[in-house]
Design a protein around this ligand. Sequence first.
Ligand SMILES: Cc1cc2nc3c(=O)[nH]c(=O)nc-3n(C[C@H](O)[C@H](O)[C@H](O)COP(=O)(O)OP(=O)(O)OC[C@H]3O[C@@H](n4cnc5c(N)ncnc54)[C@H](O)[C@@H]3O)c2cc1C
Length: 432
Amino acid sequence: MLEKRHIPGGKLSSWRDRDGDWLESGLHSFFGGYANVHALLADVGISHHVLWQPHTLTWGFPPGFSPRWGGTDPVFEEFHFVDLPAPFNGVGAVLNGKYVFNTLEKLLFAKGTLPVLLGDHAYAERQDDLTYVQWHRKRGMSEHMLRTFFAPMSLALNFTPIDKISAEAMLRVMAYFASSKNASRAGFLNGPPSESFVKPLVDHVRSRGQDVEMSAGAGELIFEDDRVAGVRTLDGREYRAAATILAVPVHDAAKLLPAEMLRDPLVHGVGKLTSSPIINAHLWFDIKISKLSNLIFAPGTILPVHADLGQASSGYEWPDRSFVEVCVAPADDLMRLDDEAVIDRVMRDMQRLYPTATREHLVKAKLVRIPKSVYRASPGAERLRPGARTPTRNLFLAGCYTNHRFPASIEGAVRSAKAAVERAVEQIGVRT
Ligand SMILES: Cc1cc2nc3c(=O)[nH]c(=O)nc-3n(C[C@H](O)[C@H](O)[C@H](O)COP(=O)(O)OP(=O)(O)OC[C@H]3O[C@@H](n4cnc5c(N)ncnc54)[C@H](O)[C@@H]3O)c2cc1C
C-alpha cells in the first residue's frame, strides 16, 4: 500500500500539534449500521474502541431560531429512539419530539418519507435529478421541518446545503437510518483515530506480511500493452503489481487516470465529480460548556454537526472540560477567510448555543481545512459515481466516492475497498 502523505489515515488521520494536542481531519462518528466497518473492527480485534452513545439524536437551536418558541435561550431537542424494531423506533422518536414538528408535521413527515421508510431503494434512486428542497416541497412537507430538521442533516452528511444536495443522497441516508434498529446510533472512537483506528489497521496489514509505505505518492500508472504493470511514485520509484487498486479521492484519481480513459462510460464520472470543502474546528475550553456529549446537529449556525469529545472520549486527554470538534459548513465562502476570522464566526455561533463558551474560557482554537473533501452529492452526481471496474482489466477504483450505494463515509470507503478486491479476484484471480 502506497500513501502520499507521511501519516496514514486520509480523511481519518490525526496528529499532534506543537503543543502535543490532537488535531484531526474531521469529527468522525461510527454509526451502528456500519456493518462492514464493524466486521473489520472485529477482525482486527478493536470493536471495543468504539464508545457507544445513547441512542439519541440531538438538535440544538440558537435563540430566536424559530418563531414557534420564544425566549432568549437556546433550545435543545433530543430525539430518543424508542425500544421498537426499525423504522418504528425512529418514528417513535419523532412522535415524542416537542419543537421541530407539530402534530400535523409529524403526519406529513410519515406520509412524505413513507417510500423511504419502507425501504424502496429504486424510488430513492429516481430522485437524483432533484435537490432535497425540491423533493421535500413536492412531498408536501413544511418549510419549518426543512430549516430545522433537514438543513443540518444535509450539511453533516455532505457539507452541502439543502438546496444544493441531491434528494437521492438524503433519501439514502434516511433509508439507511430506518434500515435496522441501531443504524442511527452514534459511537465515537476511544481516542484520536490515528491511535484507535488507523494504527491498529496498519499493524494488522503489516502482520500479514504486506508493506504499507508512507510518503510514497503515486505519480503515474505504468501502462504496458493493455494492462497496468504498477505505479511510478512522484519521486520516481517503481512498484510492480498483478493488479492495482486506486484508492484515492476522486480529484486525485482524475489526475492519475489517462485523459483518454476518462471518456469511457465506466469511469467518465471521475473527471466530472466535484468535491465539498470543509473546515474541522478544534476548540479547547477550560470548563464544561454543556452536559451534552453526543452528536449535535445545529441549524442556523455554521456548526451543523459537532460533539464534545473531551467529555465523550477519554483518549483526547481533556478530562472534565470541553474539547469540541466542529464540522464548519458550508465552508465554500469561509475558505477565503483567514483562521482568526473563521474562529470568530465559529465562536459567535458557539456562544449562541452554549452561553458559557466565551472567549475567556477558550484555551485554544485550531482549524484543519480540506478544500476538496468528499465528493459533492449534487443532483445528478449519483449517476457519475463509478464502480470498481475500469476499462483496463487489472486496474480498479476504490474510495468513498465510488458507487457502493452508500453516502461518502467510513462505511462507504470499506464497502468500496471490498468491492475492488472482489472484482480483482474475479477478473485476474489475484489471491488475497
Ligand atoms: C470533516 C469530515 C468529517 C467526516 N465525518 C464522518 C463521519 O462522522 N462518519 C463517516 O462515516 N464519515 C465521515 N467523513 C467521511 C469519511 O472520512 C470519508 O468518507 C472516508 O474517510 C474516505 O475514505 P477514502 O479511503 O475514500 O479516502 P481518504 O480517506 O481521503 O483516503 C485516500 C488516501 O489517498 C491518499 N492519496 C491521494 N493521492 C495519492 C497518490 N497519488 N498516491 C498515494 N496516495 C494518495 C491520500 O493521502 C489519502 O490518505 C468525514 C469526512 C470529513 C472530511
